[in-house]
Design a protein around this ligand. Structure first.
Ligand code: SF4
Length: 269
């Protein structure tokens, strides 16, 4: 019996299928819950602080305001299972907060937020390509000096090495494609702001790069359809296994994939 197809693809799901088809199946098809991770939760916190900062008037977007936005974001997150599930010790909590503040301070080395004209924050966009629904969240959509569209994506993890940079820019073209489909205009610029370094990677999407993304995504969708039809999602061992929530159930590490259903909440199996 064929497995059900996922209802949509996002940039992270596309990357996950390419990284390891079995991990993709566990997450996107079997919907197994994943334990929260400190780096991902820190990313959520800093994204929220920057969202709050850009809700303020341009002249108010100082570092002092940003730090108070971070305090507000921490208060909002403090009771969320994404944070409480980390079960941090008081010492780890202090490190977590200090590192989030470091990322926010680094942001100010990349741009002056008072010069930015946002027209959308945490914008959810969806577009149909054939029988595939593409879905993505744009951290910030803004107007440039000439009225052109600019997409900004904040990254709280490490920047990609030169070898991986081109692959990670695939996400850039994904956002450009969504803008073109939903808003009828291709953004003039897409920028990835890596807060840890800090470093900005900027790309100017072209008609050709967006068409290439459409073709590559369609090819990945065909591969997902085939894997579902054959129930054939193979593990791909890599350094990412060290962070994989499903390693205990992975046959490449001696686990039994059938036992992974024990991760589902009671009553959903
Ligand atoms: S442990 Fe590695 S090979 Fe196994 S599912 Fe996770 S990422 Fe894939």
């Amino acid at each position: 019996m064929a497995l059900p197809l996922p209802s949509s693809l996002s940039p992270s799901k596309v990357a996950s299928f390419k990284d390891c088809a079995l991990a993709f199946r566990f997450s996107a098809i079997d919907h197994l819950p994943e334990a929260p991770s400190a780096p991902a939760t820190k990313g959520t916190l800093v994204h929220r602080a920057l969202e709050l900062l850009f809700c303020r008037q341009p002249g108010e977007r100082s570092l002092v305001t940003a730090l108070s936005c971070l305090d507000q974001a921490r208060a909002e997150l403090s009771t969320d299972p994404e944070y409480t599930g980390l079960e941090l010790t008081p010492e780890e909590e202090a490190d977590f907060a200090a590192d989030a503040e470091r990322l926010l301070r680094n942001y100010f080395q990349l741009e002056d937020p008072s010069t930015v004209h946002p027209i959308g924050l945490e914008l959810q966009l969806e577009a149909q390509v054939g029988n595939l629904r593409l879905r993505g969240i744009i951290d910030r959509l803004e107007l440039g000096p000439e009225g052109e569209l600019i997409v900004t994506d904040y990254k709280s993890g490490k920047s990609p090495s030169v070898n991986y940079e081109q692959g990670r820019l695939g996400g850039v073209h994904f956002y450009a494609f969504l803008c073109q489909q939903v808003l009828g205009r291709r953004p003039a610029r897409v920028q990835l702001l890596y807060l840890s370094e800090p470093l900005a990677i900027v790309a100017e999407p072209s008609e050709q790069s967006v068409r290439g993304l459409e073709q590559r995504t369609s090819a990945i969708w065909t591969a997902v359809e085939r894997a579902c039809e054959r129930e054939d999602f193979r593990p791909r061992v890599s350094p990412l296994c060290d962070w994989c929530s499903f390693r205990a159930y992975c046959p490449a590490w001696g686990g039994d994939p059938a036992a992974a259903s024990e991760l589902l909440p009671a009553g959903t199996v």
